[in-house]
Design a protein around this ligand. Sequence first.
Ligand code: MOS
Length: 750
Amino acid sequence: MAEPAILRRHGSSIGQPLTRRDGPLKVTGAATYATDNNPPGLLHAVLATSTVARGRVAFLDVAAARAHPGVVEVITPANRPPLAQDPDAKDSPFNFRMELLQDDRVRYAGQPVAVVVAETLEAATEGALLLAPRYEAEPVQAELDGAEVFLPSTIGVGTPSALRNGDVEAGLAAAEARIAATYDTPMQYHNAMEPHSVVAAWEGDRLTLDIPTQGLALTQARIAGLFGVPPEGIHIRSPFLGGGFGSKLVSGPQVLGILAARMVGRPVKFALRREQMYGPVGHRAPTRQTFRLGADATGALTAIAHHVRTSSSRFDDFFEPAAQASHALYAAPALETTTEAVRLDTGTPTFMRAPGEASGSIALESAMDEMAEALGMDPLEFRLRNYAETEPSSGKPFSSKALRECYARGAAAFGWAGRPRAPRGMRDENGLLVGWGMGTATFPVHIFQARARAVLRRDGSGLAETGAHDMGQGAWTALAQIAADSMGLGIDRLEFRAGDSTLPDAGIAGGSGHTATAGSALRAAGEDVVAKLAALAMADERSPLFGAGNAGVVARDGRLLRRDDESRGEAFESVLARAGLEEIEGQGQGAADPAAQERYAMHAHGAVFAEVKVDPELGQVRATRLVGAFAAGNVINPRLVRSQYLGGMIWGVSFALHEAAVMDPRSGRVMNANLAEYHVPVNADVPSLEAILVEEHDPHVNALGIKGVGEIGITGSAGAVANAVWHATGVRVRQFPVAIEALIADWPQF
Ligand code: MOS
């Protein structure tokens, strides 16, 4: 095999900035997303959704919809076939309760109330409009104020809702300086470019689904349960997702498309319209977070108290774990975090990129900034002063922590040292106010369970398989790099399969844990197949590896080599040929190491520095420059990792300055349920971004040393931008996103 020289110098694909293997498919439009599939006989299903947030559907004009040309079926609670499982049953935190036309109740605006199936999308859309529902509406509770408050027992997935280490009141009383401040974060919606959709085709009890999912096995199990069919009879194809951000861990309304296909006996295509994604597929819940911080005269924190109020729906439980942000970063002799909740007439919130840490971090970093200012300290110096050497919530040592280097490299690249401490101290050449702020980034290391298969073939090529999911993060490439290295193959000799439920279960793409999880399984499978091949060679006296035994064998570039003398070796092909084998197969599993998790706290870290410019007359804010330095263990592909960081940092800008679902408290409806009025940053909103990849070797997180990079970029960035707004203007806005009206309400005289 030809040696493409430099990339192979160390025999490694890992660490190379390869472009996406699926890139050409995507840029040429050849990549198939779920709704690109058009099986013969396809019908279209369209959802009718509630315009009220609470009450019941009193009337649907089913006759009018049925009479519309092209309409094949109208599904309402009156004729919806029975399901094998109650959609309101819940046996796992990932099995969210859903509205599958089980009754005429309306639990939130945008809830499915009927499905119209027709020969064309247009006919189904028209039919759904003709249903013209009438409602018996009831009063709505749609905001954090004015609702009954209760204490959930857990937040996120199983985190206790209260944590108390030490005596916070004593710590505050003993403090030289203290602050108390309350921050509000809004509801946010995932807004993946690709709406939730499905193409469903039944053959008896067997089902083929084209559906974008972050959890193939999870989706398979849930749908099998609801329809009472064996999971192995459900074939899910999900090669590409047009974004997910947590909302595609669960399949909600798509189940109605699958139900429609079963009812009409033909394949059905079903996709949410943009405005229908503001209801049944999850959101980031609003939070109100109160911080009380105290510090002594040296700037050391004496107490951190972080209290969160958040919301869930009336009918299911998901509590945004915003308090987690305070569990991992800053040391104080007393730490207390508590979460209370209210129930709102909304859809159920869910995981949304950096769930908990994103909301918690913007408040924590704002509070840290306010505390630094109260002490008259530079914000970076203050954070360095309070940098935790062991995880504050657990007392465990970190498995590794390169945060100091992130601070140093980020600050140097940004030019932080030139920052005047006082606000309103900088102007640009056009007279705009310039502000610099910073924030610390943190996200925990999650590892789930996965399996993989690796095959070496007689022709010298290899195949690696795992049911991994690519939401756009680059799984097709990064996971193939891991597989190639572990199989001792150049990546150009490797076929990689993912995104299909017939492959070994790769767990979920979530929690920034997919590369570590699926990658660990691929690595184990690769090592397994190489070990089997090496055993064949070492036992064969015709092999140059005969008897290599204890000296051991390494695999590289399609060859087995003696570890003690790399000039002695042979190609995989010749081992297989002599053994008369067409191929040889290995299996592997990936999972967390409980012993390591018991001993160590595992987090990725980073530091983000932001510049904003503010028009002194109009209050218009623009983020002009962000530098983030992140340490997240082993970097499999620096190009893709950088891309994840940049995406996260842009979301941080969005969190601080742009993004909010505007809830009408009277109707319980999201008033900007579209991509025109739900603001996200475009290119003009983020002129300059730099992500620095800080090298970090973590021997404890997993054999590959991977920590995960998908979510951390939001944390730190959002607070950095918010703090830069303060530094530019001298106005501390505590309600996010920072609105012009909030800024100019407190506009200083000048
Ligand atoms: Mo992420 S919120 O775990 O997709």
